[in-house]
Design a protein around this ligand. Structure first.
Ligand code: THU
Length: 130
């Protein structure tokens, strides 16, 4: 069972650090790794709007640059009701590293919904072996 309370706390703290002056929509994400380590990320927007990077992808990059890719759970915190799920680009990025994963969608009002990554991205693209 993931430490959801710790993950939501870490994602909420990361969310407060988001750089989102264009949308005013702050997102925090936090992964639990296999030894309980938590790695977080926030969204970082850019005046060239297409250069914006989501919280989930920044959390993945944070883990990768720490030499870690043993993801076991993810929490995402937004202000949305119902709590928002990762976007398609983040789902594809996650698919690079995980087969399945429990994901907690949470919001700042305390709502929580648990989903599975396999349900968010079924029938994933698999690169044929050359
Ligand atoms: N955003 C995320 O950080 N994660 C998602 O899964 C969806 C969207 C960010 C990107 C942008 O900074 C803001 O939310 C509005 O789209």
């Amino acid at each position: 069972m993931p430490n959801w309370d710790a993950l939501v706390a870490a994602a909420s703290a990361a969310r407060e650090l988001a750089h989102a002056p264009y949308s005013d929509y702050l997102v925090g994400a936090a992964f639990e790794l296999s030894d309980g380590t938590i790695v977080a990320g926030c969204n970082v927007e850019n005046r060239i709007l297409g250069l914006t990077v989501c919280a989930e992808r920044n959390a993945i990059a944070n883990a990768i640059v720490s030499g870690r890719r043993d993801f076991v759970a993810l929490a995402v915190v937004t202000v949305s009701t119902p709590p928002a799920a990762p976007c398609g680009m983040c789902r594809e990025t996650l698919a690079e590293f995980v087969d399945d994963l429990p994901i907690l969608l949470a919001n700042t009002q305390g709502e929580r919904t648990e989903v599975r990554f396999g349900d968010l991205l079924p029938h994933r693209f698999v690169l044929p072996k050359g």
